[in-house]
Write a new protein. Sequence first.
Length: 136
Amino acid sequence: MDDRQLIRTAIDNLPNSYVPYSHFHVSAALLCKDGTVYTGNNIENAAYSATVCAERSAFFRALNEGKREFEAIVICGGMNGEIADYCAPCGVCRQGMRGFCSPESFRIILAKTEDDYRVFTLEELLPLGFGPENLR
């Protein structure tokens, strides 16, 4: 799957967010190394700490299916489901990705449209991140 198809998958999935409090929809499309794609959305809860971000939602779905190798993730979002700007992952999601992905090669694609997007490595968005190798 190319980047544009992955972006389209994330954008198409944006309405599946459950955001009755913030009204800020976020969608993610996670590409596994075997070509499988898992989507995720932010899911809010009245007890805010129980809220789950779209990125972690996609990772949890993939991990639950036995996937362990990842290529890239597209993230898009905006107020009331309207994409107006790039939607970067929060710090918790960046750290969560660090536990499963190579910081040097895992790509994070922040998209407004299929033609308007920016690509970063995890290392660029989380320099000096704490990872599995720190526990060896």
